[in-house]
Unconditional design. Structure first.
Length: 144
């Protein structure tokens, strides 16, 4: 006579170890890449006691002027790549053509030549910006 082995019941458990491994790998990847995602160009803003923009306003279009007088635009490409004057005008015209109520700001470094900031404002007005604001850093004045 043949002996009958007892049948095994199917396991109804999910092995979660591979999922935990994948989660930990993703966590490490995000921890490494998060500091690399800082946006914008490093500029030292002048200090002034100006009121900040209201939170409910649209995201402003910001033209940054660094110490060397190079222009950087916060839309339409890589924010860390310098943009030529004619390209600034073209991109701003496109943006203001779609959204005419977009606030336009100039973010100039404290040590930049005044002429470069004025040139940035002229470029923005040539692109169709009705008014151009200047960005400042009020944090130093509040500490004093």
């Amino acid at each position: 006579m043949a002996q009958h082995r007892p049948r095994r019941a199917p396991m109804a458990e999910i092995n979660v170890v591979p999922y935990i491994d994948v989660m930990l790998v993703l966590l490490v990847i995000f921890m490494i890449t998060a500091p690399l995602l800082s946006q914008g160009v490093k500029v030292e803003l002048p200090q002034a006691s100006a009121e900040p923009l209201e939170k409910d306003t649209k995201e402003p279009l910001i033209l940054t002027v660094d110490v060397e007088g190079k222009f950087y635009l916060n839309v339409g490409g890589d924010e860390k790549e310098a943009v030529a004057s004619d390209e600034v005008v073209r991109r701003v015209q496109i943006i203001l053509g779609r959204e005419p109520a977009t606030p336009v700001m100039v973010r100039g470094d404290t040590n930049v030549n005044y002429g470069a900031v004025v040139q940035a404002m002229v470029l923005l007005q040539a692109a169709g910006a009705d008014s151009v604001g200047l960005m400042t850093d009020p944090s130093e004045l509040k500490k004093k």
